[in-house]
Write a protein of this length. Structure first.
Length: 280
């Protein structure tokens, strides 16, 4: 008699429920209108095996580039066209769990993407960014992309210099330098959903945990969904304060000396070079 493979209910898996809750919150905040935004999380094989028969590949999906650095790794990813507001109610239609094939050229679908769904069009940017972040932090698991209103608006009116953009955000809110002392990477507007923008984002992710796509949105990374979301949330709050005050006479400000004193007191590994020539 063939032994049955028993797993726990995947709809109760923390990595499924947490994505649903986070996505719903981001939709509520206006970070992910309609079907914009995407999330990917690297899963440990032992974690995934509690809920899935990892021998059962539903279908193979060509990914259009070579992801051999992540061969054998398992990810949960949002589906192309998925509305963040619907993920919690219908996870199997709006999420997919895939394993990168040994040759790195296909994604082996283990669960989800019901109804013939496809991986997010930004999958190349996600995988390439995971590779970059893992080279810096082997515990990095999350890549999160969204369209926060104020960050997006700020790219239309602020110089697109990583140094100056970061410095402005640090000055807007005391906790900014505490949350992203490594600064913010910036890319000019590029066609989305391509290998080219994925490669450019991944290159920035070697240096920054946050990367802004000008006139489009932002990429955040972290060891958990909370960490990646918290980075974006903090930058977005600082951008909002900037836009609320940019047209007004500035009477008070957090000075460079104060920011440096704060960073030194907290022993932060901050970008000291981002204080140089910011007004030139």
């Amino acid at each position: 008699m063939k032994k049955m493979f028993k797993t726990q209910d995947i709809f109760n898996a923390p990595f499924v429920t947490m994505i649903g809750k986070t996505a719903a919150n981001m939709y509520r905040l206006g970070y992910d209108e309609r079907n914009s935004g995407n999330i990917s999380i690297l899963l440990d094989e032992s974690e995934a095996a509690k809920y899935l028969d990892l021998r059962n590949v539903k279908r193979e999906i060509p990914i259009g580039f070579n992801a051999k650095e992540l061969a054998g790794r398992i990810l949960i990813v949002t589906a192309s066209g998925s509305y963040f507001k619907n993920i919690a109610a219908a996870p199997a239609e709006n999420l997919g769990i895939i394993r990168i094939s040994p040759d790195g050229k296909t994604a082996e679908l283990l669960w989800g993407l019901n109804g013939g769904g496809r991986l997010t069009s930004e999958f190349p940017a996600h995988v390439m960014s995971h590779v970059s972040r893992l080279s810096v932090d082997p515990n990095n698991r999350v890549i999160l992309h969204c369209h926060p209103t104020n960050i997006l608006a700020m790219t239309f009116v602020h110089e697109l210099s990583e140094k100056k953009f970061t410095h402005t955000l640090w000055q807007m809110c005391t906790e900014s330098i505490m949350i992203f002392p490594d600064g913010i990477g910036l890319l000019p507007w590029m066609v989305c959903g391509t290998n080219e923008i994925g490669e450019a984002t991944a290159e920035k992710m070697k240096e920054f945990r946050l990367v802004v796509w000008a006139m489009h949105g932002i990429y955040g990374s972290g060891r958990s969904l909370d960490e990646a979301f918290g980075l974006i949330e903090t930058a977005e709050k600082a951008a909002q304060i900037y836009l609320l005050t940019a047209h007004l006479p500035r009477i008070n400000a957090i000075t460079d000396e104060q920011l440096k004193a704060l960073a030194e007191s907290l022993k932060l590994d901050y970008r000291k070079d981002f204080f140089e020539e910011t007004n030139k």
